[in-house]
Each structure stands twice: as structure tokens, then as C-alpha cells.
Unconditional design. Structure first.
Length: 359
């Protein structure tokens, strides 16, 4: 019993001594709720902050680049819109000049419209009308003979037009069908439209291919297209005729463009394109020989990508190659300076490990 009491007293004393060794927190002092973060938590916070420091400049760069390209795209859209508006305005003025008989002014306007927008609708046809009026022979002031009205019934007119069509008398068929339609627009309307389409198309291709009358041929194709879509052959010839007229308008103004266009036509063996190619290529070569803008002209020459081994382009190849080489010389970096004088002595190991100059 006595031993048990002594053990209990010893346990109590030891617990009291342990409490006295722990620092007690007074009620007046506030409880410290936050402690300094450990080293691992500080490292994690720094990694997150570092990513933010990297992302913010990248975001600013991306935003600036997006704004720049958006501005460039908007400028290109504005430029195209301005070109389209200018082309439309000149086209309307050309129509007015054409109606007023100012055919030369109308020709210049329509050519300008085609240069601005080669795909502008009706510009090529209107240009053909202006050129046709300019090339028309002057009429004498004598009394003008008017065609005798065809007083036959519409059925007879249709038979006459059909016979002319079968005989490939395209002009006769067209004139007779127009007379028939003037008398009775509703008479066999579908058949008359089909005959007019075929006659106008056939006469147009004959004028373009055989007579080299490109303006009148384009005009007939435009009239035929009112009755139905053109077939691939007619579209191909229309494209070639337009290209020839466009290339011809660039003679004296844009020799590289004229050279490129007439080269395409010459390779196809169309009209007098090979003769025109020789003239344009010689003028283009003379221009390259006399220019002082070596790099700009050589860059333009390179962009055309003329096919090799075309005899008519021999001088163009010669001066184009010269300009390319000359531009490379002007833009080449300066050579690195070379050291002059006696070479420095090199050190070699001597006795005891001491370096001594080589003899």
C-alpha cells in the first residue's frame, strides 16, 4: 500500500515538472494563427508566379500580332474595295462615253477597267463595242441605203432562217431571225432563241479564228450568251481573244506583262502573237538593259518564271540573268577582314614545362 502511494506521488510530480518546462501562453497575448510557410510551399508559389510572368508577355505579343495582321487584312480589304469602286465608276463613265459617241475615250476607260479588274463583268464586251466603232469605215455623206423590209409571213421567215442556218449563212440567218422576232416575238420563241444562239456563236468563232476580228467576235459571243450559256470551246476562244486585246493594250505601257501574255498566245499558235511577242520581248530586254533598279527589276523578272529555251526570249534571259547576278553582288555581305603581318609565335613546352617560342 505504501509503495502504491509513493508511485502515484512520483507520477504526479513528474507530470507537474513536465508542464512547467512547456512555455505557457498567457491569455493577454493573441494566438498566432499563421506561421511562415515551409520551403516546399514557397517553391510552389514561385513556380506559379514564374508561369504568370512568362504567359503575360506572350499574351501581349500575340495580341499585338493579332492586331497587326487584322490591320493588314483590313487595309487589303479597303484597297480592294477602293479598286472595285474605281473600276465601277470608270465603267459607268465609259458607258456614257459610248452612248455619246466618244469611242476613243470609252476605249481608254474600258481598258483601264480591265487592268484594274480583269474579271469585271461586261468590260471586255463594251471594249469590243468601242473598238468596233473606232475601226468602222467612215461612211460617205451620200444617201444611206436601208435594208428592204422583209414583208414575208413569219412562217416563211422562219423557213428562210432555217435554210440559211443549214447552209452556214450565219449573217443571213441572224438577220432573218431578227426580222421574224420584230414581227411576232412569240412565234416559235424557243426554236428562234436556239437558232439565234447557234448562229451568233458560229459567226463569232468564225470571226475570231478565221478573220481575226476579235472585237466583233466577242460582241457576237456576248449576244449569244443572252440566249444560253456558252460551251467550253466558245469560252476558251473568248478567253484567248480577251487576253490578246489585253496584251495589245499593254504594248508600250507594261512590256513584261505584254511579253508574258503574248508568249502564252504564241505557244498556242494564235493569230500574230509570235510577232507581237518578239516586239514586246525586245522592248522588255531594252528596258532591263537601261534600268538602274537592279534588284527591283530582277525580282520582277524572277516572278514571271518564263519557260526556258524560247528563242524569242533570248535577250530577256540574258539581261534578266545579268540583273539577278548584279543584285546578288550589291546585296552580298561584305567579306570578313583578313589579318596581315607576321604570324605570332606559338608556344611549345621546354625543359621543366616552361613554354618556349618555336624557332
Amino acid at each position: 500500500m505504501y509503495g502504491i502511494i509513493r508511485r502515484m506521488a512520483a507520477d504526479k510530480l513528474s507530470s507537474v515538472g513536465l508542464e512547467q518546462t512547456q512555455p505557457s501562453q498567457s491569455a493577454s497575448e493573441p494566438t498566432q494563427e499563421t506561421q511562415s510557410p515551409p520551403a516546399s510551399e514557397r517553391s510552389r508559389l514561385w513556380k506559379v508566379l514564374r508561369w504568370f510572368l512568362l504567359i503575360i508577355p506572350a499574351a501581349l505579343i500575340i495580341a499585338a500580332a493579332s492586331g497587326y495582321f487584322a490591320g493588314v487584312n483590313q487595309l487589303e480589304i479597303d484597297r480592294r474595295r477602293a479598286v472595285a469602286e474605281q473600276a465601277d465608276e470608270q465603267f459607268k463613265l465609259g458607258i456614257e462615253d459610248l452612248a455619246a459617241g466618244r469611242f476613243e475615250v470609252a476605249r481608254q476607260r474600258f481598258e483601264y477597267v480591265i487592268r484594274l479588274d480583269p474579271s469585271h463583268p461586261d468590260a471586255a464586251e463594251r471594249l469590243a463595242e468601242a473598238l468596233l466603232a473606232l475601226n468602222a469605215p467612215a461612211t460617205a455623206p451620200t444617201p444611206i441605203s436601208t435594208p428592204t423590209p422583209n414583208l414575208a409571213p413569219v412562217e416563211d421567215l422562219f423557213d428562210q432562217a432555217k435554210a440559211a442556218y443549214d447552209n452556214q449563212d450565219w449573217s443571213g440567218a441572224i438577220d432573218t431571225l431578227i426580222a421574224l422576232r420584230a414581227k411576232d416575238p412569240s412565234y416559235r420563241a424557243v426554236q428562234v432563241d436556239g437558232l439565234l444562239y447557234g448562229a451568233l456563236r458560229a459567226r463569232a468563232l468564225h470571226l475570231i479564228r478565221a478573220e481575226w476580228n476579235l472585237e466583233q467576235g466577242l460582241y457576237d459571243l456576248a449576244r449569244a450568251e443572252r440566249f444560253g450559256p456558252l460551251d467550253s470551246e466558245a469560252v476558251s476562244w473568248r478567253t484567248s481573244a480577251r487576253l490578246y486585246l489585253s496584251a495589245n493594250s499593254n504594248m508600250g505601257l507594261k512590256w513584261p506583262q505584254a511579253t508574258n501574255d503574248f508568249l502564252e498566245l504564241c505557244l498556242a499558235g494564235l493569230w500574230d502573237s509570235c510577232d507581237k511577242l518578239s516586239t514586246a520581248a525586245d522592248a522588255y530586254a531594252d528596258f532591263m538593259r537601261e534600268t538602274t533598279e537592279f534588284c527591283a527589276t530582277s525580282e520582277q523578272y524572277t516572278l514571271w518564271e518564263f519557260p526556258p529555251d524560247i528563242p524569242a526570249l533570248a535577250r530577256v534571259y540574258e539581261f534578266g540573268t545579268y540583273l539577278v547576278d548584279r543584285c546578288e553582288e550589291l546585296t552580298a555581305p561584305p567579306p570578313e577582314p583578313t589579318l596581315t603581318g607576321e604570324p605570332l609565335p606559338t608556344a611549345t613546352g621546354g625543359p621543366g614545362g616552361e613554354p618556349t617560342p618555336e624557332a
